[in-house]
Ligand binder design. Structure first.
Ligand code: ADP
Ligand code: MG
Length: 257
């Protein structure tokens, strides 16, 4: 597979403090949706930011033949879409203007072409009615949808989403995950940080479980999510059961000792 995402021996630190320790993962392939899970502070955002070239990292990250660690910003913008966990505040620009900005960060279209692209993305996300609203006047969930639109507008081969559903109501959570699934099915590689293990199990092909900056486990959701893992990584007593439709559910009974 020419466009596989390959991560080998990846380490990252903030100043002197090591955060990620020698992360290696099986190659991720176009069409795959990979959920990155793990407790608070495990290093999920740091891993995503390393892939996006926003945090100093060592080791090797390749997308096909492209070396992500030595790519320029401009190169990155042509193949990578990143949605950060925290969204910038106090932006007076309208939704449409921020989308045009995101589009022109890569090659993108200009003028009318750009506006049409932006409109198409907003329609696909079900937020076309927000186009002319200033970003700073939107709710957290609405801004999260706009941030997702910014990440996908350039049609990136690699899409990195940091907790894209954390501020969304149940309907938008489902809509977003279904869209993210489609974006993967169209032939992209999608890595998404999720706290909700039920959502991760339902939508992702593979889970990567990070704990204290290391890969604790990876594999299919059903193989990975076990009571033993939940006890070790999250320090909870939990059951993993199938619902009446066969979907994996995680039921938390309490803290483990
Ligand atoms: P997660 O996304 O899994 O909750 P993060 O990747 O945000 O975890 O953080 C991993 C660790 O790195 C945490 O211990 C956190 O305190 C630390 N960290 C995150 N960002 C910074 C930063 N800018 N400077 C110093 N330490 C940071
Ligand atoms: Mg995070």
């Amino acid at each position: 597979m020419s466009m596989a995402l390959s991560i080998r021996g990846l380490s990252a630190r903030y100043r002197r403090t090591p955060i990620l320790h020698d992360i290696s993962l099986p190659d991720m392939l176009p069409g795959q949706l990979v959920a990155l899970v793990g407790p608070n502070g495990a290093g999920k955002s740091t891993l995503l930011r390393s892939l996006a070239g926003l945090t100093e990292a060592s080791g090797s990250i390749h997308l096909g033949a492209q070396d992500l660690l030595s790519s320029s910003r401009r190169e990155r913008a042509s193949y990578l879409g990143f949605m950060p966990q925290t969204l910038p505040d106090g932006i007076a620009l309208t939704v449409l203007e921020t989308l045009l900005g995101a589009l022109h960060a890569g090659r993108g279209g200009n003028g009318r072409d750009g506006v049409e692209k932006a409109h198409a993305v907003l329609v696909r996300l079900g937020i076309a009615h927000l186009a002319m609203r200033p970003l700073e006047q939107l709710s957290g969930g609405q801004r999260q949808m706009v941030s997702l639109a910014q990440a996908v507008i350039r049609d990136p081969a690699l899409l990195l989403l940091d907790e894209p559903t954390s501020a969304l109501d149940l309907r938008y959570q489902n809509d977003v995950m279904s869209l993210v699934r489609q974006l993967a099915d169209d032939g992209r590689i999608v890595v998404v940080v999720l706290h909700d293990l039920g959502l991760a199990a339902r939508w992702a092909d593979q889970l990567v479980v990070l704990n204290a900056g290391r890969v604790h486990a990876e594999g299919t959701p059903i193989a990975t999510l076990t009571p033993a893992l939940l006890a070790e990584v999250y320090r909870i007593v939990a059951r993993v059961e199938r619902c009446s439709r066969g979907r994996v559910q995680v039921i938390v009974d309490g803290p483990s000792r």
